[in-house]
Design a binder for this molecule. Structure first.
Ligand code: FES
Length: 167
């Protein structure tokens, strides 16, 4: 034991069981491990709220003549803009394909929509039937352009169930 260590032990009346050099090394190691862990955790938290997939651009989307969408119980996926177009006996509807949980793209299942990311399920009208999503798939306003094409206004939402009728 060095003279310094013997002096410390003599002042306190007891011998320190840990070598001061080793104690300094452990303190520095603990500091840097903690700092590194907190830094990586902060980066992870900062990235978390962002959805994995962002919704399409907010703009009007022309989809061609109404005849492109024959009456069917199955919605048609417009992949380029993350939409489903539904045309049934009640009229047309444009339903977002972007999951309201964290933004994954839902798939049509025949009896609604299912999200592959965390298991949310939506009914045929986009209402939540199983979480974790907390809100329904948005419906967008539709209209007929002067040139006769169906237009979806992806920046204007309408209440669930709102149908667009031709003429
Ligand atoms: S993103 Fe769809 S359930 Fe999480």
């Amino acid at each position: 034991m060095s003279e310094q260590k013997q002096g410390d032990a003599a002042e306190t009346g007891r011998a320190c069981p840990i070598d001061p050099d080793r104690r300094d090394f452990l303190s520095r190691t603990a500091f840097w491990v903690t700092t590194g862990t907190l830094t990586f955790a902060a980066i992870g938290v900062a990235r978390m709220p962002k959805p994995g997939v962002m919704p399409g651009r907010s703009a009007d989307l022309k989809l061609g003549p109404p005849g492109n969408f024959p009456v069917s119980p199955d919605p048609v996926r417009i992949g380029a803009r993350n939409l489903f177009i539904l045309h049934d006996e009640n009229g047309f509807a444009a339903i977002s394909a972007v999951c309201t949980h964290l933004g994954c793209i839902v798939a049509a299942t025949g009896d609604g929509f299912a999200c592959p990311c965390h298991g949310s399920r939506f009914g045929p009208d986009g209402r939540v039937t199983q979480g974790p999503a907390g809100s329904p798939l948005p419906w967008f306003r539709m209209s007929l352009a002067p040139d006769g094409q169906i237009v979806v206004h992806t920046d204007k939402m309408v209440p669930t169930g709102t149908r667009f009728q031709l003429g």
